[in-house]
Design a protein around this ligand. Structure first.
Ligand SMILES: [Zn+2]
Length: 413
């Protein structure tokens, strides 16, 4: 059943270049509708789209707390078929099986909207709304590539009221209205690993105990434009030179930090003309590590690099400003122990691990016991069209979700 569900999602927005099903677009809506249709013949199942665009499918009257499984159905541009979809396909299949055994079971599926955050550069959108972490400032400041404001897009999609312009000040005002459709007793998410640890270790399941922290910084330098031919080297104030030098040295900053990674994935230069010396250059640098102490250490090294680069780039101003910081998150020991028990009983080889990618579970754990497990990614790739896992591992993910929900029911009932 999990494989059928996956096929259903795959058909939506699949192109030769992979799957492009961006969050907060019609493609995502269509995928959510396809998930709802799995339960079209189940009379006792209610489906709700909340004010953030999350979809919940729950059994019964929606009162009390629910055993919830889920993930997301949006992708990055030219993404793969499993990132997110695996967890939803598995949750739907597991819920159907549970209901066949226990008609009244308080089980639910949560499909978190816009996990990838591609359109507005934010991410984990739906699960952040669920835990009350969305700010009105974000709604009025984030714009997509076509300059559409997040608040306007939410209104267009029928999720929120239109922002209003104040008559006196001319400023836009908005109120984010959100009510969680159900309460969560415990939550489990299945996901592909998106890395190589499981494949390398020859394990089939990764129990995610922690999600790494992510900090982002903007490095910016200001110099002076001038003619690239007539300005002698000693008279230049080239803004790109110190930035480029720093980016080249970034890999050294995580030396000796276990699982520490650092990346410059965005870079800009102004005016961006071949025969003009740049007067402005910027780089966005992010680093991740499993512990806050390690994150502090990487940040310290980065600051030191900026401080020592400045004096060597005379006449060029250098600045480093924080953009965002997400602390490393511990997931629920109880949920992890529950999944571990199932692996042991079923003789499935597993290991504990840290997720270096962010996931919705790291938000949900702030309001309820929440856990996650991974299945191996073939070739260790993800966010690519060739992202894949072995069929038997995909089926195993569904099996574990089912068994976990049954065990949770035993605890609750
Ligand atoms: Zn994902």
């Amino acid at each position: 059943m999990i494989l059928q569900n996956l096929k259903k999602f795959q058909k939506i927005s699949e192109t030769k270049e992979g799957i492009t099903r961006l969050g907060l677009t019609d493609w995502e809506d269509e995928a959510h509708e396809a998930a709802v249709s799995v339960f079209s013949r189940f009379k006792r199942i209610t489906d709700v789209r909340d004010g953030a665009g999350n979809t919940f499918l729950y059994n019964g009257d929606g009162k009390g707390k629910y055993i919830v499984m889920g993930s997301h159905l949006d992708t990055v541009p030219a993404g793969g078929r499993l990132d997110g979809a695996l967890g939803v396909a598995g949750a739907l299949a597991a819920m159907q099986r549970v209901l066949r055994k226990h008609r009244d079971a308080p089980v639910a599926v949560a499909i978190w909207a816009d996990e990838e955050g591609y359109r507005f550069n934010n991410g984990l959108w739906g699960s952040r709304a669920f835990i009350g972490a969305v700010t009105e400032e974000e709604l009025l400041s984030l714009r997509d590539r076509d300059d559409a404001l997040l608040a306007e897009v939410l209104a267009e999609r029928g999720l929120q009221k239109k922002p209003r312009r104040s008559r006196e000040t001319g400023e836009l005002n908005v109120k984010f209205r959100y009510k969680a459709p159900i309460e969560i007793a415990s939550y489990l998410e299945a996901h592909i690993e998106q890395g190589r640890k499981l494949i390398r270790a020859g394990k089939r399941i990764g129990l995610v105990t922690h999600v790494a922290g992510v900090r982002r910084w903007r490095l910016e330098s200001v110099g002076e434009t001038n003619h690239a031919g007539t300005t002698p080297m000693r008279d230049r104030r080239d803004a790109l030179v110190p930035i480029a030098g720093m980016v080249g040295r970034l890999p050294q900053l995580v030396r000796g930090v276990e699982e520490g990674v650092i990346t410059c994935g965005a870079l800009g230069v102004q005016p961006g003309v071949a025969n003009v010396i740049p007067d402005r250059a910027w780089a966005i640098v992010e680093h991740r590590a499993p512990s806050e102490r390690d994150q502090d250490e990487i940040a310290r090294r980065l600051k030191e690099l900026v401080a020592t680069t400045g004096p060597r780039a005379p006449g060029v101003g250098l600045e480093m400003t924080p953009l965002s910081a997400v602390r490393p998150t511990a997931l629920s020991d109880d949920v992890t122990a529950g999944v571990e028990e199932i692996c042991k009983k079923s003789n499935v080889e597993y290991m504990r691990m840290t997720s270096m990618a962010a996931h919705d579970a790291m938000n949900i754990v702030r309001v309820a016991p929440a856990g996650m497990f991974f299945i191996p990614s073939l070739k260790g790739v993800s966010h690519r069209p060739d992202e894949d896992s072995r069929k038997e591992d995909i089926k195993l993910a569904g099996e574990i979700l089912y068994k976990w929900a049954l065990a949770e029911l035993d605890r609750v009932l």
